[in-house]
Design a protein around this ligand. Sequence first.
Ligand code: IMP
Ligand code: MG
Length: 193
Amino acid sequence: MTGITKKGQGADWPPQSEVETVLITREQIQRRIGELGAAISGDYEGLKPRLVGILKGVTPFMADLIRAISIPLTTDYMSIAKYHPEPETTAAVRLLKDLDLSICGEHVLLVEDIIDSGLTMEYILAQLEARGPATLRVCTLFNKTSNRMVDLPLQYVGFELEDVFVVGYGLDYEQRYRNLPYLATVRTGRQSG
Ligand code: IMP
Ligand code: MG
């Protein structure tokens, strides 16, 4: 390719030495998304839901989920920055990119890749609730409850996870591994999320 000097990266992607364990396969993820899509299609029939994805990790899930939903819908995205707060109990979360569309009177379904402490989702729910949606619910592909700091009602959950740091299918470690089609642990030295 013009202007691109290949340095050997890409031939062995993902590096087999880095992937530790594949926890959930591509097939398992796709099957579960089919089930979530069917449930959402039934629950929101006639309501034309607005699916709101939380960037960036949600992009593979959002792309697959909306195609598993068989009713009319609209989409929007927002982006949140999460600090590494001290103490961890403060919701140190900041809005980086707001929604493009008004959600007043809309049936909003927030779509998230993973919920851990719940602080990010708590912040988003408070922000969006104030804008007067008709309904506001949450769909997360992965759910880790062992570090949960707030009580969150989650209507659609793909998979429950142990307290282990995972990558792939949108989830990153230092911005890497988002393009793995499965969920895995990697040898990063990091122990938990
Ligand atoms: P929470 O505010 O603690 O619920 O954090 C949720 C966010 O933290 C997710 O949207 C991810 O960006 C990130 N996160 C939590 N656990 C993991 C993980 O195991 N791998 C990658 N990112 C994670
Ligand atoms: Mg996220």
